[in-house]
Ligand binder design. Structure first.
Ligand SMILES: NC(=O)C1=CN([C@@H]2O[C@H](COP(=O)(O)OP(=O)(O)OC[C@H]3O[C@@H](n4cnc5c(N)ncnc54)[C@H](O)[C@@H]3O)[C@@H](O)[C@H]2O)C=CC1
Ligand SMILES: O=C(O)C(=O)COP(=O)(O)O
Length: 387
């Protein structure tokens, strides 16, 4: 039996991926696996039983990745599974910033009692007029799953699109529309574009990247869109720029006490991934990742351990070792198994940064003493045996 705990509402489509072998539990401490969306896990203690955390979504800044790695807990996310949902809302954000659609709708509601509203509309509407997206320059910072979709959709809308991503993956580069201009520096985006949208993860190096200096380089009347994370943008600098008319609108998916209610800020309550399709996709992918790891030891889409796949666990016993990525670990593991007269049928050893993952299939049983010896090896963080 495997026990799982959901820290946020997770779509039933994902939960249905679990077999009868899986039961929900109400406490994280009792869980083999946790499913989470945006709930913060930084202050949480994890029981020794926890093996996997699956973020049904993209951003993992709510999870203490390093601490999890040290405790031998594999953290997964679901790359691309909600990207289309976000892309559609970004396009909506650009449209909301181009004409005062929100102001116009509010005006209609405020005048609902007006028997003359059809006629009065024609006088009032000039206050809500704006511009079109066609022909405007859009800068996309971060060309991952979301950035690529936004950039390509904007091309279809007739925009002149610039993309910036110094770490762009080969897949993303292949998927980009060929008319998109390759910005060699982020400053080029700041200086050239009428609309700027940011789609990078929140990390120590990206936090605060849109600051007063970046805004200083932007065109007067620029529209800035942030559907990635609040902390990427220095909100005080944005507010100064809104007041000065340097930024026309700041469209953000992240309400904070600082930005909410500010004139010119269009603040959406984190709805980027809140579509039926995105929620189903993320939940389904997250549940599959958990099953594959718990039942077969395979890792796919982890953010703190290397991906590793030895296929379905067949008749063999499978030993899984999570450890620091340092020399002579394999030598120690194979010596312990050899001393127990165990024959290795298959073996994989992968690393990612400071962490490594070794999977060993053996064609006999392993004694509890040998397991204890493996656990006692210095720099081994977790040992699991699937029989
Ligand atoms: N509003 C919402 O509901 C959602 C927000 N997000 C946020 O959007 C972010 C991006 O999501 P995805 O596109 O799915 O992730 P992704 O991992 O596919 O793409 C991120 C891209 O940013 C690039 N990048 C990293 N540092 C950069 C830098 N300094 N300058 C330029 N590019 C840089 C990477 O090379 C990568 O191509 C997530 O990390 C999350 O914070 C994601 C999904 C939903
Ligand atoms: O996937 C992401 O990074 C998101 O921001 C979506 O968050 P949510 O799952 O809607 O709480």
């Amino acid at each position: 039996m495997y026990q799982y705990h959901c820290l946020n509402q997770i779509s039933d489509v994902g939960i249905q991926e679990f077999s009868e072998e899986y039961v929900p539990v109400s406490r994280v401490e009792d869980a083999d696996a946790v499913l989470v969306r945006s709930a913060s896990m930084h202050e949480m203690e994890f029981g020794g039983r926890l093996k996997a955390i699956a973020r049904a979504g993209a951003g993992v800044n709510n999870i203490p990745l390093e601490r999890c790695a040290e405790e031998g807990i594999v953290v997964f996310n679901t790359p691309g599974a909600n990207a289309n949902g976000v892309k559609e809302l970004v396009i909506a954000g650009m449209l909301l910033a181009s004409r005062d659609i929100i102001g116009g709708i509010n005006w209609v509601q405020e005048n609902e009692e007006d028997g003359n509203i059809a006629k009065d509309t024609e006088k009032a509407k000039k206050a809500f007029a704006g511009c079109e997206l066609d022909g405007k320059k859009l800068g996309v910072i971060g060309l991952g799953a979301i950035g690529v979709l936004v950039a390509n959709a904007a091309v279809s809308l007739g925009m002149d699109v610039y993309g910036y991503d110094p770490y762009v993956s080969v897949d993303s580069a292949w998927n980009l529309n060929r008319s998109i201009r390759h910005a060699k520096t982020v400053d080029e985006i700041y200086k050239e574009c009428d609309y700027i949208t940011i789609h990078v993860p929140a990390t120590e190096s990206t936090k605060g990247m849109i600051d007063g200096n970046a805004i200083g380089l932007m065109k007067k009347g620029v529209v800035l869109l942030n559907f990635a994370r609040d902390v990427l943008v220095v909100e005080e600098a944005v507010i100064d720029a809104l007041v000065a008319g340097k930024i026309k609108h700041y469209v953000t998916d992240f309400p904070t006490p600082v930005i909410t209610g500010v004139k010119g800020a269009i603040v959406i309550p984190h709805l980027g991934a809140s579509t039926e399709e995105s929620e189903d996709n993320c939940a389904r992918m997250a549940a599959k990742e958990i099953r594959s790891y718990l039942e077969h030891g395979n890792i796919r889409h982890s953010v703190n351990y290397p991906d590793s796949d030895m296929g379905f666990k067949g008749e063999n016993t499978r030993i899984l070792l999570l450890h620091h990525n340092i020399p002579n670990m394999l030598g120690q593991f194979t010596r312990i198994l050899a001393e127990d007269n165990i024959n290795i049928a298959d073996l994989s050893n992968k690393s990612k940064g400071g962490y490594a993952y070794t999977m060993i299939d053996i064609d006999s049983e392993i004694t509890q003493e040998a397991i204890e010896e493996l656990k006692a090896v210095k720099d081994v963080l977790k040992v699991r045996v699937i029989r």
